[in-house]
Design a protein around this ligand. Structure first.
Ligand SMILES: [Zn+2]
Length: 450
């Protein structure tokens, strides 16, 4: 089914589309994603597809296009965002909005986050159409505005969910962040995102009896708060093994083999084992905190306020906490855990929250993605389902009942760290890796949909 495709030509073509997209300045704010939506629509129309450009606000354009299947199975959605974060040209080796090719890379703001994927998804749609692939399910491509700033009221995916849900409803969706190779403890692996932690930002307040600093007493708000923070730091919140974490540990342990690391990863699958491993510090200063966050709700103190004057005992003291909740724990459940450690005598005020999400990874589609990655990169020791601590548009799509996998395949040179490209100076994507990514994505889409 892919034999008749001339892949070097496809690589050249996807690179051309990426260059064109990089030259459109869609820095958000203000966005101007309509430029990208119109470019994509022009390319699609020229090949006989029927794209829609949906304008959510002046200059803010979303593109949606659908290839019809025979309706036997529910649709698959490929989606991406066309906005980018600002760039400071003086820090770049090649200008951020020129789409230059040098040293085997396409350079520009958005080359990794995520116009590379926009171009790949576009290319997959073009190939499906040109090859006349008979689809059993619709394949939808949506290139949305306003991921970087929008949040729940954004002009991109949340707006589409609210105003045009029928256009993007699907059984599964593929988007950022995953499908690229990285070193995990010295071994090449691929990550596929299956879960995102939620966010619970809050203020916790202690109250006490005001008074004169020269007469200490036992009801000091500052002391109450300090003791509560100390309990949180010493105990943390309870251990929980989510499905995503379980899958991560199994795959990562398989990759690490029978080694101290492999054994430590397996030990993390029980509460007692995890307590021992984390207490020993055996995982080191990077991997340890990363895995701890995957196995616990967390609340990190990031600010403190109390007092006005040295000789006045204040009536109130406040700590700012950055809370992150695991899939399966809503804000109330998270707060219950926090209260149990910090104390019921304190006030808890949530200032911002967004829910966690998790997509099951024991699915035929996940298996297809893993097989395709392994087939096209035999050096990979594992395909690992993982949980992101940050947030993507997947959160805003989830309420529509559309689960997302972070799968935007890209093959990187061994010394390149993909996540370090996000929002960085000299953001770039490898030319060959892009062509490779189109091939992997196309194969998954064809196997899943044809
Ligand atoms: Zn992104």
């Amino acid at each position: 089914m892919t034999d008749s495709i001339h892949w070097p030509a496809v690589t050249a073509e996807v690179v051309r589309h990426l260059q064109a997209l990089l030259r459109l300045d869609t820095t958000n704010p203000p966005g101007n994603e309509l430029l990208a939506a119109e470019y994509l629509a022009g390319v699609l129309r020229a090949e006989g597809l029927e794209p829609q450009v949906l304008v959510s606000a002046p200059g803010r354009g979303n593109l949606v296009v659908r290839l019809m299947g025979n309706g036997q199975k529910p649709p698959l959605l490929l989606y991406s965002h066309t906005d980018v974060v600002p760039a400071e040209p003086e820090h770049w080796t090649h200008p951020p909005f020129a789409g230059e090719i040098a040293d085997g890379y396409v350079w520009g703001r958005g080359a990794a986050d995520m116009k590379d994927t926009v171009a790949e998804q576009l290319m997959v749609m073009l190939l499906l159409k040109r090859q006349g692939v008979r689809l059993e399910r619709d394949v939808i491509f949506a290139a949305a505005a306003d991921e970087e700033i929008g949040g729940a009221d954004g002009f991109g995916v949340p707006w589409l969910v609210k105003h045009h849900p029928g256009l993007i409803a699907a059984e599964f969706a593929l988007s950022e962040v995953g499908g690229y190779n990285m070193n995990f403890a010295g071994r090449p692996v691929y990550m596929v995102q299956v879960a995102e932690k939620g966010t619970v930002w809050l203020k916790v307040r202690a109250r006490g009896k005001p008074g004169h600093g020269s007469v200490p007493h036992g009801d000091n708000a500052v002391v109450h708060l300090a003791q509560a923070i100390d309990r949180l730091a010493a105990q943390g919140l309870p251990y929980h093994l989510t499905n995503a974490a379980s899958g991560f540990l199994a795959a990562a342990a398989a990759s690490a083999g029978d080694s101290p690391l492999g054994r430590a990863l397996l030990a993390l699958k029980t509460e007692a084992g995890a307590a021992q491993v984390f207490a020993s510090g055996a995982l080191g200063p990077d991997l340890g905190p990363f895995l701890y966050a995957m196995l616990h709700n967390t609340a990190t103190p990031t600010g403190l306020t109390a007092g006005l004057k040295t000789n006045v005992i204040p009536g109130v003291a406040e700590v700012v906490l950055d809370g992150r909740n695991l899939p399966g724990f809503d804000t109330a459940a998270f707060l219950a855990e926090l209260r149990a450690v910090m104390g019921d005598h304190l006030e808890y005020e949530v200032t911002l929250d967004s829910p966690p999400l998790e997509t099951p990874h024991h699915t035929p589609l996940f298996a297809l993605m893993a097989d395709a990655l392994r087939a096209h990169d035999p050096s990979a020791t594992a395909v690992i389902p993982y949980m992101m601590s940050g947030a993507t548009d997947a959160k805003y799509l989830a309420p529509l009942g559309v689960p997302t996998y972070g799968f935007a395949p890209l093959k990187l040179p061994p010394d390149m760290k993909f996540m370090e490209m996000f929002h960085a100076h000299d953001e770039r994507a490898p030319v060959d890796g892009l062509g490779w990514g189109v091939r992997v994505l196309y194969e998954v889409v064809v196997k899943h949909c044809a």
